[in-house]
Design a protein around this ligand. Structure first.
Ligand SMILES: NC(=O)C1=CN([C@@H]2O[C@H](COP(=O)(O)OP(=O)(O)OC[C@H]3O[C@@H](n4cnc5c(N)ncnc54)[C@H](O)[C@@H]3O)[C@@H](O)[C@H]2O)C=CC1
Ligand SMILES: O=C(O)C(=O)COP(=O)(O)O
Length: 630
């Protein structure tokens, strides 16, 4: 694995550190200058032009130093600042620098005065650092740089590397075109464009390999690293226009994220899901057995909503794919819409509004009633149903509820023992049962007949719960005085044309499945679900998974963690432990959770282990998935 003859040339600014040191120096020296922002902008422009090779590097340096007005005494605070700004994955992979210090060099257009003290902490001694040096005047002000240094010249890195006369393969890791030139000149064998801090098109377009972080570089070279699999290699596909914050959260953690505005059909998803590790959807996208068969890398499905019956949960489980949802984020949004609709329907507000839109003034109290004292029947007394119960009572309604399971009544709500009892008594019936397929046609002709004459029906649950022709007939005959419908048996995957038999009926409020579509809810979901996903990928935690044994794991500080998902058959744990014993693994913790079908065991180990053990664990019969976290 270890190639002793390979040499690694690191750039400093924006590679080993997240910043350009001269920008930081400018921040320090110009802090009291009223033109500070303007000057810093100019310095940054000069940096970029120099790094991209648009002006000569020497010229870029000269101009920046003039603008800086820096003093010797500013260098110590600069180094202090830079210490806080080491690139994230450089910081986490100190072990690589320590182990390979003999083969690592820094070649930079920056200055030894601040590079040396920083890289020394990464076991790179001053004699392996090739960089410029400042010139000071008698009072200690920086007035220039040593012009004789090859690195002060344009494309000076080429000459510098040439003079080093290194043997063996030479790899360059840097963010700029000025690093690539060593490869172009044929003195370096490979150029890795380092994009963790800055993405420079001119460098990435030429690179042999793009490294979004050091983990990727170490992975490609099979070198010792902090994490087993670089996160940028974990591909996340988010559909249905989930909130941008979800993309930001996941990208910030290093994953490669793609967001599509629409849902995808089964065939499209089969095509797109290949190579995807995490799929994020809302209520439209169907994750079927066929989709799962095509999903060769899938670890997690995130439902960025409450309902999960669009996902074949059982097939996911059998494949070792963990599913998370957001059970509470949009609850309040649905409840508020329900309250609004109850009032709008009781007052015939939409009918009056339509009239006035078409130029008709119809001031009347007919079919306009207060909600105070009216009976609200809530079907499905879950998270939404219960919260609605509380708010409805607060505006003076008398609440009745019906649920298949026993539920504690909130406030003064009255429990109904049968659906019929609730339908008989309610002025408004609102549906909040779950998206279980057994609830198909839950409200049909018979149930509507059991409702009071002139009652109203609200459906904010799922479209298939209500038989639409029966509802249309009841509205046309006047049996029902109004309805609000947010969900439909067949909904389109993208915004555009839509036709329903409910179109044009009086006192019917139609909305395009927006019960949970508020800015607050979508923003909240965009934090909740990604954090569940990241927690599972990064640590193995399955707390709140909807289809999987739940395990809350302690933080793993050191060592390695094996995650083994298997069919729950007799004797499998014995086999796992036999393999661990035969490789003399020192197990520091073992956590197991099972259900009828699968078992999920997490094994924490101390530092060293024989890699063969992984193969042996994967080979155990009835293994579904196996992952290692370093
Ligand atoms: N329109 C929209 O944008 C949104 C719609 N929803 C829908 O609302 C549903 C309810 O959400 P939550 O309250 O969070 O779910 P929940 O699971 O907390 O509550 C559902 C309740 O319905 C009961 N239930 C199920 N089938 C029943 C039946 N046949 N008869 C009586 N009770 C029955 C369950 O026992 C449970 O108490 C979701 O499943 C989803 O389909 C949720 C969010 C947004
Ligand atoms: O949360 C749910 O179950 C919903 O129905 C909302 O779905 P959506 O995210 O709007 O596709």
């Amino acid at each position: 694995m270890i190639d002793v003859s390979r040499k690694y040339i690191f750039d400093f600014d924006s590679t080993l550190t997240r910043v350009e040191a001269l920008d930081i120096l400018a921040e320090l020296t110009l802090k009291d200058n009223p033109k500070k922002d303007e000057i810093i902008k100019e310095i940054q422009k000069m940096t970029n032009m120099g790094v991209d090779g648009e002006i000569s590097f020497t010229e870029s340096l000269e101009r920046r130093i003039q603008l800086l007005q820096a003093h010797k005494d500013d260098l110590e605070p600069l180094v202090e600042e830079l210490r806080q700004k080491i690139s994230k994955s450089i910081e986490s992979n100190r072990e690589f620098f320590h182990t390979y210090s003999d083969d690592i060099y820094v070649i930079s257009g920056g200055f030894k005065e601040f590079i040396d003290p920083i890289v020394k902490e990464f076991d790179i001694p001053s004699n392996k650092v090739y960089a410029n040096t400042f010139k000071f005047d008698e009072d200690g002000y920086i007035i220039g740089f040593d012009e004789k240094n090859v690195l002060a010249a344009h494309n000076g890195k080429i000459e510098c590397l040439k003079q080093l006369n290194l043997e063996g393969e030479v790899q360059v890791i840097g963010d700029g075109y000025s690093d690539y030139v060593m490869r172009e000149a044929g003195i370096a064998d490979k150029f890795f464009a380092y994009t963790e801090n800055v993405h420079r098109e001119k460098a990435t377009s030429k690179a042999d390999h793009i490294a979004p972080n050091l983990d990727e570089f170490l992975f490609v070279n099979d070198l010792p690293r902090k994490i087993s699999y670089p996160k940028n290699r974990i591909k996340i596909l988010l559909l249905e226009n989930v909130h941008q914050a979800a993309v930001d959260n996941l990208s910030k953690d290093g994953f490669s994220v793609e967001l599509l505005k629409t849902s995808l059909s089964e065939e499209e998803l089969i095509e797109r899901v290949k190579g995807i590790h995490v799929l994020g959807i809302r209520s439209k996208t169907q994750v079927t057995q066929k989709v799962l068969d095509a999903a060769d890398k899938l670890l997690v499905v995130g439902a960025f909503c409450i309902g999960t019956t669009q996902i074949d949960l059982d097939a996911c489980k059998k494949k070792g794919v963990v599913v998370f949802n957001a059970p509470y984020s949009n609850t309040r949004s649905v409840v508020e819409l329900a309250i609004g609709e109850i009032i709008m329907l009781m007052r015939s507000v939409f009918a009056r509004s339509m009239e006035i839109h078409s130029g008709q003034w119809n001031k009347t109290a007919a079919h306009s009633r207060e909600v105070r004292g009216k009976k609200l029947g809530i079907v499905g007394y879950g998270n939404i149903g219960k919260q609605l119960s509380v708010l409805a009572e607060a505006i003076g309604m008398r609440v009745y509820y019906y649920d298949v399971s026993d539920k504690l009544a909130m406030g003064n709500a009255v429990k109904c023992n049968t659906l019929e009892e609730l339908l008989n008594v309610s002025d408004v019936v609102t549906l909040h049962i779950d998206d279980n397929k057994a609830n198909y046609n839950f409200i049909g002709e018979r149930e509507i007949a059991q409702m009071k004459d002139g009652a109203m029906l609200i459906n904010l649950s799922r479209g298939f719960v209500v038989n639409i022709p029966a509802l249309v007939a009841a509205l046309k005959s006047g049996k029902l005085a109004g309805a609000a419908v947010d969900v439909y048996p067949k909904e389109p995957g993208i915004n555009g044309e839509f036709v329903t038999e409910l179109k044009g009926l009086p006192n019917v409020i139609l909305t395009p499945h927006v019960g949970g579509s508020t800015e607050e809810a979508q923003r909240d979901i965009a934090d909740f679900v990604p954090h569940k996903i990241m927690d599972y990928i990064n640590t193995g935690n399955t707390v709140d998974a909807v289809n999987f044994p739940n395990i809350r794991l302690p933080k793993q500080e050191k060592g390695h963690r094996f995650l083994h998902i298997h069919r729950n058959v007799p004797g499998i744990m014995a086999k796992i432990n036999k393999v661990l014993a035969s490789y003399e693994m020192n197990v520091s913790g073992q956590y197991l959770s099972t259900d009828n079908e699968v078992g999920y065991v997490i094994i924490d180990l101390d530092k060293k282990y024989n890699k063969e053990v992984m193969k042996a664990l994967k080979k155990i019969e009835n293994t579904i998935k196996f992952r290692v976290l370093y």
